[in-house]
Design a protein around this ligand. Structure first.
Ligand SMILES: NC(=O)c1ccc[n+]([C@@H]2O[C@H](COP(=O)([O-])OP(=O)(O)OC[C@H]3O[C@@H](n4cnc5c(N)ncnc54)[C@H](OP(=O)(O)O)[C@@H]3O)[C@@H](O)[C@H]2O)c1
Length: 265
């Protein structure tokens, strides 16, 4: 893995998160990573860390065993079509993180039979805590293992059928924003009951991390953990029921379904 050469085409928010996570995990040496972008200024800090930076996508493909396409969805077709000769020559593993672009579209635009993966990470790649949903076509076991290893260095991985990729985008990638909003609301509540913003943030961030770790470590249903903290006639159940009377769960579910309906359009 350490010798694998990876090029990230279109190194914006997500591309940068992926590179930062990979550098921190140490599974790839900086000199084996190439990041491309037309405006290279924001990538200067990467250059200082030894990552190759360039605006030449063709050159980036020619030096890569694995190409991660991290441009906006509308840029995927023109970029892939412009890179056909280089992809044909190098036959890299191709990973697209672009929302809504199917494997069949990638095959049509490259006119090649490459090992193709779609991956849907989230911005927690930055701190190696992403959940990345992956689907694939045309890859062998070794290539699948390489891609798993890569994304496992950035967090957790689940393999799903391609027709669930949009649902995975909502739950895993948009999910970061939903949880952030939930955290913000808890902080606001914390300030109203007496904490300064910093202390409220510290308490809430760690309560959320602890709740999540409990579920991940024990594999129990959330309600099982809720039962443990709801004393009969106590303050927790009183607060929870008040939240539910105001549509807490219903509002979250409706929001998730609305995001899904929007992404499906
Ligand atoms: N953000 C998320 O949480 C998230 C999660 C999962 C998936 N995604 C998907 O990931 C993709 C990237 O999202 P993002 O938020 O990182 O977008 P972004 O910040 O706009 O990054 C895309 C980058 O592509 C570069 N680019 C555009 N045309 C290019 C070209 N011809 N050659 C090289 N680079 C080019 C742009 O920089 P220049 O203009 O300087 O070239 C830009 O920095 C999207 O398809 C999105 O659907 C995002």
């Amino acid at each position: 893995m350490k010798d694998l050469k990876i090029s990230i085409i279109g190194c914006g928010n997500l591309g940068l998160s992926i590179i930062q996570g990979l550098l921190e995990s140490g599974i790839i040496s900086a000199s084996n990573l190439t990041a491309t972008k037309r405006n290279l200024n924001p990538l200067s800090p990467l250059k200082e860390k030894g990552v190759q930076i360039t605006s030449d996508n063709k050159q980036a493909v020619l030096t890569a065993d694995m190409v991660i396409l991290a441009v906006k969805p509308y840029n995927v077709q023109p970029i892939l079509e412009s890179l056909k000769p280089e992809l044909k020559e190098k036959k890299p593993i191709l990973i697209s993180v672009a929302t809504g672009i199917t494997i069949q579209e990638i095959k049509d635009w490259t006119a090649l039979d490459l090992p193709i993966f779609r991956a849907m990470p989230n911005t927690a790649t930055d701190v190696k805590q992403s959940i990345t949903s992956i689907c694939l076509q045309g890859a062998n076991k070794k290539e699948e293992d390489l891609v798993s290893q890569l994304f496992k260095s950035l967090g957790e991985v689940v393999y799903i059928p391609e027709d669930l990729m949009e649902a995975a985008t909502v739950l895993g990638a948009c999910g970061i924003a939903y949880v952030m909003r939930f955290i913000r609301a808890m902080i606001q509540g914390g300030i109203q009951i007496g904490f300064d913003a910093n202390t409220a943030s510290t308490i809430v961030n760690h309560a959320v991390k602890g709740a999540s770790e409990l579920l991940i470590t024990r594999g129990e249903h959330p309600e099982f953990e809720i039962d443990k903290v709801t004393t009969p006639k106590g303050c927790t159940i009183t607060g929870l029921n008040e939240m539910e009377h105001n549509g807490f769960s219903s509002s979250l579910i409706k929001g998730i379904v609305s995001s899904y309906q929007k992404i499906e359009k």
